[in-house]
Design a protein around this ligand. Sequence first.
Ligand code: IMP
Ligand code: MG
Length: 177
Amino acid sequence: MKKDPLGEVYLSAEQIQDRVKELGKMISATYQDKELVLLGILKGSFVFMADLVRNIKIPHSLDFMAISSYEGVGGSPEAVKILKDLDESITGKHVVIVEDIIDTGLTLGYLIRHLEARNPASINVCTLLDRSIRRIVPLPISFTGFDIPDVFVVGYGMDYRQLYRNLPSLYLCDVTA
Ligand code: IMP
Ligand code: MG
Protein backbone atom coordinates (compact mmCIF):
# COMPACT_ATOMS: atom_id res chain seq x y z
CA MET A 1 0.00 0.00 0.00
CA LYS A 2 1.20 3.53 -0.78
CA LYS A 3 2.23 5.60 2.22
CA ASP A 4 0.53 8.97 2.77
CA PRO A 5 3.27 11.60 2.22
CA LEU A 6 1.51 14.22 4.33
CA GLY A 7 3.32 14.86 7.61
CA GLU A 8 2.63 17.10 10.57
CA VAL A 9 1.58 20.76 10.51
CA TYR A 10 4.55 23.04 9.85
CA LEU A 11 2.74 26.38 10.11
CA SER A 12 -0.89 26.64 11.18
CA ALA A 13 -3.49 28.60 9.22
CA GLU A 14 -3.60 31.07 12.11
CA GLN A 15 0.18 31.62 12.13
CA ILE A 16 0.10 32.19 8.37
CA GLN A 17 -2.83 34.63 8.55
CA ASP A 18 -1.12 36.67 11.30
CA ARG A 19 2.03 37.00 9.23
CA VAL A 20 0.16 37.81 5.99
CA LYS A 21 -1.58 40.64 7.85
CA GLU A 22 1.84 42.08 8.80
CA LEU A 23 3.16 41.72 5.25
CA GLY A 24 0.08 43.56 3.95
CA LYS A 25 0.76 46.41 6.39
CA MET A 26 4.42 46.61 5.37
CA ILE A 27 3.57 46.73 1.66
CA SER A 28 0.82 49.33 2.25
CA ALA A 29 3.30 51.57 4.09
CA THR A 30 6.11 51.12 1.54
CA TYR A 31 4.05 51.88 -1.56
CA GLN A 32 1.82 54.66 -0.26
CA ASP A 33 1.16 57.11 -3.15
CA LYS A 34 2.98 54.90 -5.66
CA GLU A 35 1.56 53.02 -8.62
CA LEU A 36 1.75 49.44 -7.34
CA VAL A 37 1.29 46.18 -9.26
CA LEU A 38 1.31 42.84 -7.47
CA LEU A 39 2.55 40.12 -9.76
CA GLY A 40 1.64 36.58 -8.70
CA ILE A 41 3.55 33.62 -10.09
CA LEU A 42 1.18 30.76 -10.88
CA LYS A 43 0.20 28.38 -9.63
CA GLY A 44 1.78 28.25 -6.17
CA SER A 45 1.14 31.87 -5.16
CA PHE A 46 -2.61 31.99 -5.79
CA VAL A 47 -3.77 31.39 -2.20
CA PHE A 48 -1.14 33.71 -0.70
CA MET A 49 -2.02 36.39 -3.26
CA ALA A 50 -5.73 36.20 -2.40
CA ASP A 51 -5.03 36.69 1.31
CA LEU A 52 -2.29 39.27 0.81
CA VAL A 53 -4.35 41.66 -1.36
CA ARG A 54 -7.12 41.66 1.25
CA ASN A 55 -4.55 42.98 3.74
CA ILE A 56 -3.17 45.73 1.48
CA LYS A 57 -5.02 48.96 2.20
CA ILE A 58 -3.72 51.12 -0.66
CA PRO A 59 -4.92 51.11 -4.30
CA HIS A 60 -3.10 48.60 -6.47
CA SER A 61 -3.62 46.38 -9.48
CA LEU A 62 -2.68 42.74 -9.83
CA ASP A 63 -1.52 40.48 -12.56
CA PHE A 64 -0.33 36.88 -12.93
CA MET A 65 2.38 35.12 -14.87
CA ALA A 66 2.91 31.43 -15.40
CA ILE A 67 6.44 30.26 -16.06
CA SER A 68 8.16 26.95 -16.44
CA SER A 69 11.84 26.50 -15.78
CA TYR A 70 13.89 24.38 -18.12
CA GLU A 71 16.14 21.90 -16.36
CA GLY A 72 19.67 22.49 -17.55
CA VAL A 73 22.86 20.60 -16.75
CA GLY A 74 23.03 19.77 -13.04
CA GLY A 75 19.33 20.44 -12.54
CA SER A 76 19.59 24.22 -12.80
CA PRO A 77 17.12 26.00 -15.04
CA GLU A 78 18.82 27.43 -18.12
CA ALA A 79 15.98 29.53 -19.37
CA VAL A 80 12.50 30.35 -18.22
CA LYS A 81 9.65 29.74 -20.59
CA ILE A 82 6.76 32.16 -20.20
CA LEU A 83 3.54 30.17 -20.37
CA LYS A 84 1.30 33.13 -19.52
CA ASP A 85 2.57 36.68 -19.83
CA LEU A 86 1.36 39.84 -18.08
CA ASP A 87 -1.94 41.33 -19.22
CA GLU A 88 -0.93 44.93 -18.43
CA SER A 89 2.22 46.97 -19.02
CA ILE A 90 4.53 47.42 -15.98
CA THR A 91 6.51 50.30 -17.49
CA GLY A 92 6.95 53.05 -14.90
CA LYS A 93 5.13 51.04 -12.21
CA HIS A 94 6.34 49.61 -8.91
CA VAL A 95 6.22 45.82 -9.15
CA VAL A 96 6.07 43.40 -6.22
CA ILE A 97 6.46 39.80 -7.33
CA VAL A 98 4.45 37.48 -5.07
CA GLU A 99 5.88 33.99 -4.61
CA ASP A 100 4.98 30.98 -2.50
CA ILE A 101 8.52 29.82 -1.78
CA ILE A 102 11.96 30.77 -3.03
CA ASP A 103 14.62 28.13 -3.07
CA THR A 104 17.70 28.52 -5.31
CA GLY A 105 16.21 31.69 -6.79
CA LEU A 106 17.28 30.62 -10.28
CA THR A 107 13.83 30.85 -11.83
CA LEU A 108 12.99 34.16 -10.21
CA GLY A 109 16.42 35.65 -10.95
CA TYR A 110 15.89 34.93 -14.60
CA LEU A 111 12.36 36.34 -14.54
CA ILE A 112 13.48 39.57 -12.84
CA ARG A 113 16.13 40.17 -15.50
CA HIS A 114 13.45 39.62 -18.12
CA LEU A 115 11.02 42.05 -16.44
CA GLU A 116 13.66 44.75 -15.97
CA ALA A 117 13.79 45.11 -19.76
CA ARG A 118 10.21 46.44 -19.57
CA ASN A 119 11.41 49.41 -17.48
CA PRO A 120 9.31 49.24 -14.30
CA ALA A 121 9.95 51.97 -11.68
CA SER A 122 11.11 49.22 -9.28
CA ILE A 123 10.96 45.46 -8.73
CA ASN A 124 10.78 43.81 -5.33
CA VAL A 125 9.83 40.37 -4.13
CA CYS A 126 7.34 39.26 -1.46
CA THR A 127 7.60 35.58 -0.63
CA LEU A 128 5.68 33.64 1.98
CA LEU A 129 8.57 31.23 2.52
CA ASP A 130 12.28 31.76 2.02
CA ARG A 131 14.55 28.72 2.02
CA SER A 132 17.49 31.08 2.10
CA ILE A 133 20.14 28.44 2.87
CA ARG A 134 19.63 27.10 -0.67
CA ARG A 135 19.95 30.48 -2.43
CA ILE A 136 22.25 30.58 -5.46
CA VAL A 137 21.07 33.80 -7.11
CA PRO A 138 20.82 36.92 -4.89
CA LEU A 139 17.33 38.46 -5.07
CA PRO A 140 15.74 41.73 -3.86
CA ILE A 141 13.43 40.10 -1.29
CA SER A 142 11.97 42.98 0.71
CA PHE A 143 9.06 41.08 2.25
CA THR A 144 9.48 37.59 3.71
CA GLY A 145 6.85 35.65 5.62
CA PHE A 146 8.99 32.92 7.15
CA ASP A 147 12.50 31.63 6.64
CA ILE A 148 12.44 27.83 6.42
CA PRO A 149 15.08 25.10 6.57
CA ASP A 150 15.53 22.43 3.93
CA VAL A 151 12.18 20.67 4.40
CA PHE A 152 9.51 20.13 1.73
CA VAL A 153 6.15 21.65 2.56
CA VAL A 154 2.70 21.57 0.98
CA GLY A 155 -0.59 23.38 1.45
CA TYR A 156 -1.62 27.04 1.22
CA GLY A 157 -1.24 26.91 -2.57
CA MET A 158 1.85 24.70 -2.62
CA ASP A 159 1.75 21.23 -4.08
CA TYR A 160 3.35 17.83 -4.27
CA ARG A 161 2.44 16.30 -7.64
CA GLN A 162 -0.36 18.90 -7.95
CA LEU A 163 -2.05 17.82 -4.71
CA TYR A 164 -2.62 19.55 -1.34
CA ARG A 165 -2.86 23.14 -2.64
CA ASN A 166 -6.24 23.48 -0.90
CA LEU A 167 -5.02 22.91 2.66
CA PRO A 168 -5.26 26.11 4.77
CA SER A 169 -2.20 25.18 6.87
CA LEU A 170 1.29 24.20 5.74
CA TYR A 171 2.35 20.60 6.25
CA LEU A 172 5.64 18.75 6.05
CA CYS A 173 5.62 16.37 3.11
CA ASP A 174 7.67 13.21 2.68
CA VAL A 175 8.58 13.23 -1.01
CA THR A 176 10.14 9.77 -0.72
CA ALA A 177 6.87 8.18 0.42
P1 IMP B 1 13.74 27.98 -7.31
O1 IMP B 1 13.78 29.14 -6.33
O2 IMP B 1 13.89 28.44 -8.75
O3 IMP B 1 14.78 26.93 -6.97
O4 IMP B 1 12.34 27.23 -7.26
C1 IMP B 1 11.35 27.54 -6.34
C2 IMP B 1 10.05 26.88 -6.79
O5 IMP B 1 10.09 25.46 -6.54
C3 IMP B 1 8.87 27.41 -5.99
O6 IMP B 1 8.25 28.51 -6.63
C4 IMP B 1 7.95 26.20 -5.90
O7 IMP B 1 7.09 26.16 -7.03
C5 IMP B 1 8.88 25.00 -5.96
N1 IMP B 1 9.16 24.52 -4.57
C6 IMP B 1 10.33 24.62 -3.92
N2 IMP B 1 10.25 24.11 -2.68
C7 IMP B 1 8.99 23.66 -2.53
C8 IMP B 1 8.28 23.03 -1.42
O8 IMP B 1 8.80 22.79 -0.32
N3 IMP B 1 6.96 22.74 -1.65
C9 IMP B 1 6.35 22.99 -2.84
N4 IMP B 1 6.97 23.58 -3.88
C10 IMP B 1 8.28 23.91 -3.74
MG1 MG C 1 6.37 28.60 -7.69
